[in-house]
Design a protein around this ligand. Structure first.
Ligand SMILES: Cc1ncc(COP(=O)(O)O)c(C=O)c1O
Length: 414
């Protein structure tokens, strides 16, 4: 069954990725999910620590969010795009209430890359400037604009030339931004914690300093919270750790409650004035559709009512302590455990160790993935509804996986 499906995946979709699935032994077909658990078509149960790369904050198939989707689906899924749409307006008002400072207006789209794409356009039109400062190792998506500000050459090189006037500076380095920023800079775009770059937490003063530099030069600060947003790091939005209000905030992934794709750009009034003169300057046919917006509003309500930010903080500390104990037992394999809330990265001694560990974890029914721009880092991002007992099980299985991999450590080091 699986082999037939993989053969068809190879034939009709992505031959290269099919080979990787075979090579790593990850040959299982997902079937259904609930909370932090996923089952394959053979009935095998997995604890999901990949969390759909940040999508599954409220867990798989949260009953309240599913019910909301079913209710809205029975009424109106897509917008006429002629009349006003209540779910979109309700969601925008809710985001204005929940986001920090005077973030007020929302534009809805369908993915993270689209949110970044829009934010770059908004920054250019709002300031009349073109230069964008981004960071090395950043991941902002793979459409042309988003790719232009992303920081991994493997993905950029085949598509050159990308957008002009983009400067990449080292992540976490305020001085580097200070040297690059000037009165032609439209925006600085930054992830509050670099996700695909390897779960990199910047120094505490980093975001406040970027805020100051933007204020001094009239550039906009774009926070890409596509991965960190919606409670993942212990606050509803990761910028809240440093009390910084960005001019534009990009959201997607967990905003859809694990049920629907949706992205959003939330902006302060000063970054939104151009809509006054040109209301159709940026549009999306499916963006802001009633189904996705109704689901997203319910997802936010669940996130707040189930106190998922607090849960991320408490469980994150507990899980990180357990992973650090493993690090002290297996120091040649795990160099560092870092992160915030339930956004945790394990820096391994070599990419080979990561690959072997991910396969060994899969055999033990734990799903984990490396970060896209840094293959030496395994990410641990379980849904925030994961239980302490499930985390204990992950830690036991992780130790077992390390015991399998450790004897070969010399061969696995690059
Ligand atoms: C920080 C960040 N921005 C943007 C994106 C792109 O989102 P999408 O894959 O929905 O286009 C991602 C995806 O991983 C991301 O982590």
């Amino acid at each position: 069954m699986t082999e037939d499906l993989l053969a068809r995946y190879e034939k009709y979709m992505n031959p290269g990725l099919a080979r990787i699935f075979r090579f790593t032994g990850i040959e299982a077909v997902e079937d259904h999910g609930s909370g932090a658990l996923l089952w394959d078509e053979d009935g095998q149960e997995y604890i999901d620590c990949a969390g759909g790369y940040g999508v599954f904050v409220q867990g798989y198939q949260h009953p309240r969010i599913v019910a909301k989707a079913q209710m809205q689906l029975g009424k109106l899924a897509l917008s006429s795009r002629v009349l006003e749409s209540r779910p979109a307006i309700d969601l925008a008002a809710k985001l204005a209430e929940l986001t920090p400072g005077d973030l007020q207006y929302s534009f809805f789209c369908n993915s993270g890359a689209e949110a970044v794409e829009g934010a770059l356009k908004f920054a250019r039109v709002a300031t009349g400037r073109t230069k964008i400062i981004s960071t090395m190792g950043a991941f902002h998506g793979k459409t042309y604009g988003a790719l232009s500000v992303s920081g991994r050459e493997t993905y950029r090189q085949p598509f050159l030339p990308l957008l002009p006037d983009i400067v990449h500076v080292p992540y976490g380095d305020t001085e580097a931004v200070a040297s690059a920023i000037d009165h032609t800079t439209a925006a600085v775009i930054v992830e509050p914690i670099q996700g695909e770059g390897g779960i990199i937490v910047p120094p505490d003063q980093y975001l406040p300093s970027l805020r100051d530099l933007c204020d001094q030069t009239g550039a906009l600060l774009i926070a890409d919270e596509v991965q960190t947003g919606i409670a993942r790091t212990g606050y509803l939005f990761a910028v809240e750790h440093s009390h910084v209000v960005p001019d534009l905030l990009c959201l997607a992934k967990a905003l859809g409650g694990g049920i629907m794709p949706i992205g959003a750009i939330v902006g302060r009034p000063r970054a939104w004035t151009f809509f006054e003169h040109s209301p159709l300057i940026h549009t999306s046919t499916f963006g802001g559709n009633p189904l996705a917006c109704a689901v997203a509003e319910e997802a936010l309500a669940v996130t707040v009512q189930e106190q998922l930010p607090e849960r991320a903080r408490v469980l994150g500390r507990y899980f990180m302590d357990g992973l650090r104990r493993l690090q002290s037992q297996y120091p040649l394999a795990i160099l560092e455990v870092r992160g915030r809330g339930l956004m945790i990265g394990l820096e391994l001694a070599a990419a080979g160790v990561g690959g072997a560990l991910i396969s060994a974890l899969f055999q033990r029914k734990v799903l984990a993935v490396y970060t896209l721009n840094n293959e030496r880092v395994i990410r641990m991002m379980p849904p925030l509804v994961v239980t302490k007992v499930q985390l204990d099980t992950v830690l036991e299985r992780f130790e077992d996986a390390l015991q399998q991999v450790y004897p070969d450590i010399d061969d696995l080091l690059d």
